[in-house]
Write a protein that binds this ligand. Structure first.
Ligand code: MTE
Ligand code: MO
Length: 415
């Protein structure tokens, strides 16, 4: 027997002795094995950059609700814990050109237009400047659009166009001060580096408030799908302002109505008028467990949990109803609650086995409360059926999930 083997034997013996000590106290697995000895992971070498377990199967999904047939992948928000979306599960919205393969050494960010000092930065030069890290959600304006058919049961398909990360970068206000913005400037146009030159107009006041030029996401460089090596991060606003693969910012004196934003981001209303620019995302929450498509195995205890957020500020309160809206209880909010960030809420619940409806509603620090679909229809002066149309944006109505006696959970938005 070599030294290694005898060491292993001693260890096994020691293990048996420990199990003996525990008898009577804990429920020990005496005489049983604790499962087969773990085989080596079949993955490629994961020591230099780790991979998740092969038993963890949560994935982004393509969604048929892609507004223009572009790449649209949605986050499995039902599988998330806490408030951070793992980078590999962050939702993805790309218009036409796909993800560019950018060498950060070659990449430049140019700031020009109505400025006294036009500037060009390399990524390394940006990293020398004072940085900030902030936790913020991104949400596509088309998120939560009511769906019909089997997809409507899936919280991922309906509400998965939102994700939340810790973003690190330089405040855009700092770069604009360096460039010295001229009097009369009021907007900027940002441009991405992909083939079709994604462009988007942004009011200068917002740019000076809390917008980031981000190079970091959850402790590592921004992922290629999210805009490597640089993206704009416009907190709380429709994610289409957050230009990925950012390479140019032009300071101007009016919105430019670029080809992309005029054809894709204008929002037609039933009266034939269109909203050209919409900004802040509304106050919203959704229960992610239990949620549509899931099945409760039996009556008994369940923790109800979900996510809440508001483009206008900070989540102050999330109420949960487990009786079809007759009574509401305050859920516990995971601390600290971050501004313009996903906020995790939790409420203990015991299911008695009867049919019921679960729903959550969020109130933010501006006093805005999430509406029911009937209230939203009133505000928009439309019938609730209007929301089944394909052009609906900024839909933030309360999401009811119906629990049937067999434990199955269904989307009850239209019942
Ligand atoms: N360069 C570039 N930036 C872009 C887009 C794009 O197609 N190209 N899509 C926008 C839209 S519509 C959304 S919803 C967000 C999505 O960001 P994500 O893919 O990191 O989730 O990026 C925005 N920024
Ligand atoms: Mo979007």
């Amino acid at each position: 027997m070599n030294a290694k083997e005898s060491g292993r034997r001693k260890f096994l013996k020691g293990g048996v002795a420990l199990a003996g000590l525990a008898v009577g106290g804990l429920r020990v697995a005496s005489g049983q094995s604790s499962g087969a000895e773990a085989a080596a992971s079949p993955h490629k070498d994961s020591r230099t950059y780790g991979e998740r377990s092969r038993f963890d199967t949560a994935e982004r999904q393509p969604t048929g609700a892609a507004p223009y047939g572009d790449t649209a992948l949605v986050t499995p928000i039902q599988a998330l814990t806490g408030i951070i979306t793992p980078a590999g599960l962050h939702f993805v919205m790309d218009h036409l050109a796909g993800v560019p393969d950018i060498d950060p050494q070659q990449h430049r960010l140019m700031i020009h237009g109505m400025v006294d000092r036009p500037l060009i930065f390399t990524v390394e030069e940006l990293k020398r400047l004072p940085s900030v890290s902030r936790i913020h959600f991104l949400e596509c304006n088309a998120n939560s659009r009511p769906l019909q058919g089997p997809k409507a049961e899936s919280v991922q398909q309906v509400h998965g166009k939102t994700s939340c990360s810790e973003w690190t970068g330089v405040l855009l206000s700092l770069l604009l001060q360096e460039a010295s913005v001229q009097a009369g400037a009021s907007w900027l146009v940002s441009e991405g580096a992909e083939g079709n030159k994604y462009t988007k107009s942004l009011p200068l006041a917002k740019a000076m408030e809390d917008v980031l030029v981000a190079y970091g996401q959850n402790g590592e460089p921004v992922r290629p799908e999210q805009g490597f090596p640089l993206r704009l991060l416009v907190p709380g606003w429709e994610a289409n302002y957050s230009t990925k693969w950012l390479r140019r910012i032009k300071i101007v004196d009016q919105p430019y109505m670029t080809q992309h934003e005029s054809t894709h981001n204008a929002n037609l209303h039933p009266d034939g008028k269109a909203h050209w620019f919409r900004f802040e995302m509304g106050v919203k929450s959704v229960i992610t467990r239990p949620c549509g498509g899931q099945k409760l195995p039996s009556p008994g205890f369940y923790e109800i949990t979900g996510l809440a957020w508001s483009g206008g500020g900070t989540v102050r309160k999330v109420e949960v109803s487990t009786d079809g809206g007759r009574t509401w209880k305050n859920a516990e909010l995971q601390q600290p609650v971050h501004r313009k960030a996903h906020t995790r809420f939790r409420l203990p619940w015991t299911w008695d086995g009867n049919e019921t409806i679960l729903q959550s509603r969020c109130t933010d620090d501006q006093g805005e409360m999430q509406p029911t679909i009937a209230e939203l229809a009133k505000i928009w002066e439309v019938s609730t059926d209007y929301f089944l149309g394909s052009g609906v944006d900024h839909f933030n109505a309360i999401q009811p999930w119906k629990v049937n006696r067999d434990g199955s959970v269904h989307n009850a938005l239209f019942s």
